[in-house]
Design a protein around this ligand. Structure first.
Ligand code: PLP
Length: 378
């Protein structure tokens, strides 16, 4: 059996090695390292893929969130609502801009923002909602857009884990994750579904004015060379990363399909055990399985984590602490009773190896090892 990895970047590279190696040398020889034609072409190709008017590449997914919030003109004291169960980057940038983060509980089955909790969190100071499409499927965007419209709020979709996922509205309209709200952001961190070989990110929007503002902001607030109209940042996707992403983008749908197949194979393997809750896909979205995350019952999840490690099966706890209990983000405003689901999930979730290169021999071994432990200990 091939060695099991949480994410098999080498295996994926092997399939496109010739193309990548040739291209990297070509870019190096071109010396157009920053903002060259590779970046501009990638931008156009991603706009086409996502069916969105504007893609603004930037340095990473955290910057993308920060710049989106800057572009919307959010001001210190504005409240921004996001999910309590996500990677810290989402709440970090809210804090960094001196906005007020308001964390809300998630649904236990989808891991995404709970709509009742969202409604309850809205105050006259609320300015934006940041749904995170966690683990690869969309949050309930139709409900979120409705609430945003009622209260005149921006919607910033954190699509770092769900690029390629599709959302279907009640009227049958289909949109790609990240192109539904006011603005969307993503990350091209190597282990993400569309990963480059370093750091990278992008911002998406259909709003021409917002796109213009953001394009200047990522480049020191310049709209004309050496004229600085607003306070900006330096956040760029470099040409090498853009070139790599241009080679990988045409494979993204196949990558998503491989992940879905691997997820279905796991779920079939675990289907007969009542102490294992396999991930669901909400009716309004496709799932691109950035993570394949189980919830385990009646066993010590940390002991399972160790057991798998001992058997040579990498696995991870995404996430071990809810954000509202992290030292950096804890606040007296929060009431534990409002975080019933995240407080439970942090003790029951476990993410298994998930990538485009898993084979059945590896998955059979993982399934067998998990089942053995649960059957013995539950
Ligand atoms: C990875 C990730 C980010 C941050 O992306 P970076 O490129 O690492 O800065 C933000 N939000 C979520 C949900 C993520 O998973």
């Amino acid at each position: 059996m091939r060695k099991i990895q949480m994410v098999d970047l080498k295996g994926q590279y092997n399939h496109i090695q010739n193309e990548i190696d040739t291209k990297i040398l070509e870019v190096i020889k071109s010396t157009a390292y920053i903002n060259g034609p590779e970046v501009q072409n990638f931008q156009k190709e991603l706009e086409e893929y996502l069916q969105v008017k504007h893609v603004i590449p930037c340095a990473n997914g955290t910057d993308a969130l920060q710049i989106a919030m800057m572009g919307l003109g959010l001001k210190p004291g504005d409240e921004v609502i996001t999910a309590d169960f996500t990677f810290a980057a989402t709440v970090e940038v809210i804090g960094l801009l001196h906005l007020t983060p308001v964390l809300v509980d998630v649904d236990k089955d989808s891991f995404n923002m709970n709509i009742e909790a969202l409604k309850k969190a809205i105050t006259p100071k609320t300015k934006a909602i940041v749904p995170v499409h966690l683990f690869g499927q969309c949050a309930n965007m139709e409900a979120i857009l409705e609430i945003a419209k009622q209260h005149n709020l921006f919607v910033i979709e954190d699509t770092a884990q769900a690029i390629g996922a599709e959302y279907t509205f009640n009227d049958g309209t289909v949109k790609k994750a990240g192109t539904i709200g006011t603005v969307g952001t993503t990350s091209f961190f190597p282990s993400k579904n569309l990963g480059c070989y370093g750091d990278g990110g992008a911002i998406f929007t259909n709003d021409d004015d917002l796109a213009h503002i953001i394009r200047g902001m990522v480049n020191h607030g310049m709209y004309k060379r050496y004229y600085h109209d607003v306070v900006g940042v330096n956040s760029r996707l470099d040409s090498l990363q853009a070139a790599i992403l241009r080679i990988k983008l045409p494979h993204l749908n196949d990558y998503c399909e491989s992940r879905r197949k691997a997820a279905a194979y796991y779920s079939e393997g675990f289907s007969k055990n009542d102490n294992i809750v396999t991930p669901i896909t909400s009716s309004f979205t496709t799932h691109v399985f950035h993570q394949y995350t189980l919830q385990v019952k009646n066993v010590d999840r940390n002991a399972l984590n160790q057991h798998l490690m001992d058997a040579g099966i990498p696995n991870a706890i995404y996430y071990p602490v809810p954000l509202h209990l992290q030292k950096a983000y804890a606040d007296e405003r929060y009431n534990e009773a409002d975080f019933k689901n995240t407080n439970e999930l942090v003790n029951t979730v476990i993410s298994l190896p998930m990538h485009t290169e898993l084979d059945h021999e590896q998955q059979d071994f993982i399934i067998k090892t998990v089942l053995n432990f649960i059957e013995k200990n539950a």
